[in-house]
Write a protein that binds this ligand. Structure first.
Ligand code: IPE
Ligand code: IPE
Ligand code: MG
Length: 247
């Protein structure tokens, strides 16, 4: 039986998040520039987006560029931003064909004008799509998101729109970039690194974590199916006991 056929459609993660890592090492291994690794990574993006749409996963969130990634060499940052624009232009068809709505989280004002406007254009063009929400984390940092959230809530307290005692988990959720997304169920990181790197700290509180050695440009549908099968064999207890879950 194929890996895909073994997946239980009733036990899918509703929200899958991926830290796409290893482009640079993939290129270096073959004596190529890091930027070639990023270009090759776009094929993996298309594969995984299509696979999630085929499986009927409702929310896919991809970590594409972190707040810390601005500290990379200028040329690499420029290439990544150009790649973003060309991918958006090229992949609008994939989004249409699969009825996928594009969304973005992060400090989008920090993006170059052209990248931001192309992004907003594709978000607008796909806003009525209903099969899956694809969220790109761009210039995203979880700590920055939490700082912004606290600032916004503090303003509301100051203006007496909300009292401190009323602030609860939902209040915080509603101020995050991810306010329209459910919590992450499964977080995958490629390339063998076992860390979170400032991604969705609040939102992964109860996510299952899956680390794989595969470098992102090599990541294909079967790798994803393996990760999902592994996820489906776990018991998510949310603090309860096994016995309670059986009842
Ligand atoms: C992930 O690959 C892409 C981004 C962070 C933009 P890397 O560029 O981090 O690749 P490695 O980790 O250096 O191999
Ligand atoms: C995390 O990867 C960010 C993205 C995948 C966009 P990095 O390669 O930047 O992470 P660190 O710095 O090695 O933790
Ligand atoms: Mg990396």
């Amino acid at each position: 039986m194929s890996l895909q056929a073994q997946i239980d459609p009733n036990k899918l993660p509703q929200h899958l998040a991926v830290i796409m890592d290893g482009n640079g090492r993939w290129a270096k291994k073959q004596g190529l520039f890091r930027t070639i690794g990023h270009e090759s990574g776009t094929k993996a993006v298309r594969e995984i987006v299509e696979a999630c749409a085929e499986l009927n996963i409702s929310y896919l969130t991809l970590y594409a560029f972190s707040t810390e990634n601005w500290n990379r060499p200028r040329l690499e940052v420029e290439t990544l931003m150009k790649l973003l624009v060309s991918s958006l232009k090229k992949e609008i068809k994939t989004l249409r064909d699969n009825n996928i709505k594009l969304n973005a989280i992060g400090n989008l004002d920090a993006l170059p004008k052209k990248a931001k406007s192309e992004l907003l254009d594709v978000i607008d063009k796909t806003k009525d799509h209903t099969h899956m929400t694809l969220t790109l984390a761009l210039s995203y940092g979880s700590r920055e998101e939490l700082v912004k959230t606290i600032q916004e809530i503090s303003h509301k307290v100051k203006n007496k729109l909300i009292s401190p005692i009323e602030i609860d988990e939902a209040t915080i959720n509603n101020h995050l970039y991810t306010r329209d997304l459910p919590d992450v169920d499964l977080l995958i990181r490629t390339s063998g690194e076992q860390r979170i790197s400032n991604f969705l700290l609040w939102q992964i509180a109860y996510a299952e974590l899956y680390f794989t050695e595969t470098l992102w440009p090599d990541y294909r549908k079967n790798h994803l199916f393996e990760a999902i099968l592994n996820y489906q064999n776990r018991e998510r207890r949310f603090g309860k006991t096994s016995e309670q879950l059986e009842q």
